[in-house]
Write a new protein. Structure first.
Length: 302
């Protein structure tokens, strides 16, 4: 039985499939299959079954999973204890971040972090909220910026990010100082694909209807350009808004205010790491001074 096999086993349990585990760990699917076969052989028991619905743990697999997680945690703690320095000279940290956080807050955060631990090697992976969550559960990153809440994941609250309606300048509602959610229901809606979509669909359901989705767009600059051209209206979190808005757009807050909650997700075996602790401290410090560090673009309705 190897630690690498336990890592793969936990990744499968957390991501739900061999394919997702392979992506999260950045290894081949055959390597995942080989690791599980070796682990099952060494334990002499089947840990999971596979069918069209995905992977299901056996009763023995559920029992073993608890110990596998504990083993990975203890292995990480052993590596830390073996180091003479609190943060080894060869220390590294892998960070998963969303596009919006990377654009508005990450540069200053990395500056703060480098001031604390200048020798730590930093690697970045940019993805959607779901991808970052899978990376954390699959041990592909040590820490990630995620929307809250997150089940079965160690998280630390960080900040609230307000959501704003974005309309073309000539839209009948463009002169409003505030909007209620129901006012967008009958309008052509451009749905931002990714982190915001689940939040928006939940918000719209609170008024009993779904929006009339005309287009679904992932990249924020393309999303804003389509709104500016009059193809529809959208809703964007403050962090995703560029420092300078394209011409012809109006950004309007909601009443009551709508927020998404961002936090720091930490993979279980890394939560006691000094490199992670320093990142959390720097991120919390940045979040407290966010308004002065990253002023949002001003437009009608702010």
């Amino acid at each position: 039985m190897k630690i690498s096999q336990c890592t793969v086993f936990v990744a499968i349990a957390d991501t739900g499939s061999f394919t997702n585990a392979a992506k999260a760990l950045a290894i081949s699917q055959s390597a995942v299959s080989h690791s599980i076969a070796g682990l099952e052989s060494s334990l002499g028991v089947a840990l999971m079954t596979r069918d069209r619905g995905g992977v299901r743990l056996t009763e023995a697999g559920r029992r073993v999973l608890t110990h596998a997680r504990a083993l990975l945690l203890h292995a990480e703690q052993m590596r830390q204890a073996a180091s003479v320095q609190p943060v080894p000279a060869s220390a590294s940290i892998r960070i998963g971040t969303s596009q919006s956080f990377a654009a508005r807050l990450l540069p200053r955060l990395l500056t703060e972090y480098r001031a604390r631990l200048p020798h730590v090697e930093i690697s970045l992976r940019e993805g959607t909220d779901r991808q970052i969550t899978d990376w954390l559960r699959g041990y592909a990153v040590d820490i990630g910026i995620v929307t809250l809440p997150k089940e079965n994941l160690t998280t630390i609250p960080l900040l609230r990010d307000e959501m704003f309606a974005v309309l073309p300048g000539g839209h009948p509602l463009a002169g409003s100082t505030e909007l209620e959610v129901h006012e967008l229901l009958d309008k052509h809606f451009i749905m931002p694909v990714g982190d915001s979509e689940p939040i928006l669909r939940t918000v719209f359901r609170t008024v009993g209807r779904e929006p009339v989705v005309r287009y679904r767009v992932q990249e924020v600059n393309a999303l804003l350009a389509m709104v500016a051209e009059g193809h529809g209206v959208t809703v964007v979190p403050e962090l995703a808004l560029p420092a300078v808005l394209p011409e012809g757009l109006r950004v309007i807050p909601f009443t009551p205010r709508i927020h998404r909650h961002l936090g720091i997700g930490v993979r279980t075996v890394a939560r006691n790491s000094p490199t992670v602790a320093a990142f959390v401290t720097a991120a919390q410090s940045l979040a407290q001074g966010r308004r002065s560090l990253t002023p949002a673009p001003r437009a009608v309705g702010w």
